[in-house]
Design a protein around this ligand. Structure first.
Ligand code: T4K
Length: 421
């Protein structure tokens, strides 16, 4: 891990929200995209230009899919343009109609992808240990309208796959997974990619393995894989007339060049993530009211997202106040995925929101406490120490901090501090 020249704050007056100089005058982004080895990447790009073949199941996409299937230990890996569209393609391939049970503690892409298909998201609570779909909360929501169960391996923490698959078998509904955060993660020794009917990874620029924009659908079901390949490519098998209503979810050769180059260095990226994750854990271990999940040593993880909890009843400042402190320091921390999908307009309107809120106590608590900090290779040893010193100091001097945030706090929380290039 690189060492940075970021200061540590030791006196409350040094906090930027109290007039001190910010730790990151140029802003520390949440997930700085990892760049490929230029020689390898440019050589692949030259190949694309020499072949004059940029899309439509080109050789780099095929190579990427073959290598990903091997890496994940699955029979079929299908590259797509992003995970949101990937989830839609899977929903279509499974011929879902009706309701899909899923967590509300997830990125809007999860429910949006299903709602875009005319399906109705039904939100179930998550477990407090893992923040993933709680099978006991799912079962009472299963009715004759239920078309599928969509688990999310949130922050790379795997769902209780066996219990969800058992529910799927018991009620005859397909179970599939949003694995956007779970590249390279294992559950009890088995890699994510082969669980449920299908799994969908995101290869967005902010992920450790990325293709700029991209996604990957995996399944061990060959017949389902054939349908997915057909649907992602306009419903045409051979360039002739479209046999079914498909879409264009294809990955380009340029994205595959990036994906292949970054796959070569994935292990190194994960090691950098792990180092910053562990550094955060050590720095925040004894801070009252702050919690951070311990990742089971028995499983592989990508350590990509660093999400902490600022205890509603245990910490001297609220999560939003800590966020405002960090934003003033130039840290683009996020309250992912506030306020919860059940509370965003498309899903809050028209239903019985108070009843939904009552059945999601763990999700509601997470929405008040979760704070995602910058992680991954873009975060130096020094920046982790600087961020943690600001968190520690602000919680230790809550009264001064609260007073200073009275005028500016809300504005700091409402707007991310990244200036787009
Ligand atoms: N399911 C789940 C559970 C997901 O979390 C996601 C996506 C999906 C499904 C759908 O996957 P995709 O269809 O996207 O493949 C970002 C990502 O765009 C999104 O992929 C990701 N989850 C989500 C958690 O994060 P935003 O709107 O928060 O990104 P943005 O633009 O605010 O950037 C985040 C931080 O990264 C900022 O500090 C700026 C920095 N950044 C970003 C980009 C794109 C850079 O420094 N460079 C960059 O190129 O959604």
């Amino acid at each position: 891990m690189k060492t940075g020249r970021i200061g540590i704050k030791t006196n409350v007056r040094e906090l930027a929200c109290l007039g001190g100089a910010p730790l990151f005058p140029d802003t520390l982004v949440l997930s700085k995209p990892i760049s490929p080895n230029r020689r390898e990447f440019f050589s692949r790009l030259r190949g694309v230009m020499d072949r004059h073949w940029y899309s439509n199941n080109g050789p780099l996409v095929r190579e990427f899919e073959g290598r990903m299937a091997g890496f994940l230990g699955v029979r079929n890996a299908m590259a797509v343009c992003n995970a949101t569209i990937g989830l839609q393609v899977v929903g279509r391939a499974l011929e879902l109609r009706g309701e899909v049970i899923m967590p509300a503690y997830t990125y809007a892409a999860t429910p949006h992808s299903m709602a875009w298909l005319g399906l109705t998201p039904v939100f179930a609570d998550v477990t407090k240990d893992t923040y993933t779909l709680d099978p006991e909360a799912v079962e009472p929501l299963i009715t004759s309208r239920t078309a599928g169960i969509l688990g999310v391996h949130l922050w790379g923490q795997t769902c209780d796959v066996a219990a969800l698959e058992e529910l799927g078998r018991k009620y005859g509904v397909p179970v599939f997974f949003d694995a956007a955060h779970a590249m390279g993660v294992t559950r009890q020794g088995r890699k994510v990619g082969g669980f449920g009917a299908a799994e969908v990874f995101s290869l967005h620029a902010t992920k450790t393995l990325h293709a700029g924009e991209g996604g990957l659908i995996t399944t061990n079901d060959d017949a389902l894989a054939d349908r997915i390949r057909l649907l992602r490519s306009m419903g045409t098998a051979s360039g002739d007339e479209a046999g079914v209503i498909g879409t264009n979810a294809k990955m380009s050769e340029l994205s595959a060049a990036l994906g292949l180059s970054l796959l070569d260095q994935f292990g190194r990226g994960v090691e950098q993530n792990r180092q910053s994750y562990e550094r955060y854990r050590r720095e925040l271990r004894d801070v009252p009211g702050v919690s951070m999940r311990t990742i089971a040593a028995s499983d592989a993880h990508n350590f990509h997202y660093v999400t902490i909890g600022i205890g509603r009843n245990e910490a001297s400042l609220s999560r939003d106040e800590v966020l405002a402190v960090l934003r003033a320091e130039g840290v683009d921390a996020r309250r992912y995925f506030y306020p919860g999908c059940h509370r965003i307009a498309p899903y809050a309107q028209g239903g019985d929101l108070p009843a939904v809120i009552r059945r999601l106590p763990v999700t509601e608590r997470a929405m008040a406490e979760a704070l995602t900090l910058p992680g991954g290779h873009g975060v130096t040893y020094g920046s982790v120490r600087g961020i943690c010193s600001a968190i520690r100091l602000s919680l230790a001097h809550a009264r001064d901090v609260r007073e200073s945030l009275a005028m500016t706090g809300a504005a700091l929380v409402e707007s991310p501090c990244v200036v787009r290039p």
